[in-house]
Design a protein around this ligand. Structure first.
Ligand SMILES: Cc1cc2nc3c(=O)[nH]c(=O)nc-3n(C[C@H](O)[C@H](O)[C@H](O)COP(=O)(O)O)c2cc1C
Length: 215
């Protein structure tokens, strides 16, 4: 009996919390419509930017990097990493793998891609970047060190055949209006603030750095 009361109160609290946050209400949830595969440039060195994204910021960053590379004469395709095959890979001179960080890990599609194609990637110019909230948390003084320790260094250790040109890390965004309910709930429970923290100058700098390394 006591347990039922507890369950009912918990359910009412959850419902109440959802109703009290109007931003959780009516917005379109999940991957935004603007996240579509795209290409730019022609006849240059072929670069694939393969992305694993849940809510689109990793794609927006890929777009920015592709603009820089295309201006510098590369031919660039942005593709969803889960759809890239070994045959596709053979058509690219270089691969940039971009992934969001989701519950302390790189996107599962990015990890599956590396697990499957580590050897094929080892023969190419490769760079990675991850997009996370940690770098946006100005109240965490050692955020950059944590990102390096938990998100960047493991990539060198877990995929030793690949020697990436560089591994970039960028602050992303959390928009509660587009989160799927379970992500919305998980982040609210952790009192995670929403926000848009991407430093676009840092993205441009990294794009130019990679462009220079691929010339
Ligand atoms: C459910 C959930 C879990 C997350 N976990 C982490 C995390 O463990 N560490 C972190 O730094 N950022 C975390 N983030 C923040 C995302 O990495 C950030 O929102 C990023 O911009 C998402 O990229 P995307 O829009 O390409 O999916 C999380 C976001 C969500 C929604």
């Amino acid at each position: 009996m006591k347990r039922n009361v507890l369950l009912t109160v918990t359910a009412l609290m959850i419902l109440g919390a959802m109703l009290c946050f109007p931003s959780a209400g009516f917005a379109k949830r999940g991957l935004p419509d603007y996240v579509v595969e795209s290409s730019c440039g022609d006849n240059g060195t072929a670069v694939l930017i393969a992305i694993g994204t849940k809510y689109g910021r990793t794609f927006k960053i890929a777009e920015r990097i592709s603009e820089i590379l295309c201006q510098d004469g590369f031919q660039v395709d942005i593709r969803f990493v889960k759809d890239v095959t070994e045959e596709d890979l053979s058509g690219y001179d270089a691969v940039i793998l971009g992934s969001c960080i989701y519950i302390e890990h790189w996107h599962e599609d990015a990890i599956a891609f590396l697990d499957q194609y580590e050897s094929a990637l080892a023969a190419k110019n490769v760079a990675y970047y991850c997009v996370n909230a940690l770098l946006g948390m100005t109240n965490i003084p050692d955020a950059a060190e944590m990102v390096d320790k938990y998100y960047i260094q493991p990539m060198y250790e877990d995929y030793p055949e690949i020697s990436p040109l560089d591994i970039g890390a960028f602050a992303g965004a959390i928009n509660y209006r587009i989160l799927l309910w379970y992500d919305w709930f998980a982040l609210r429970m952790m009192l995670m603030p929403g926000g848009d923290w991407t430093d676009w100058e840092a993205v441009d700098d990294w794009g130019e750095k990679i462009s220079g390394m691929l010339q």
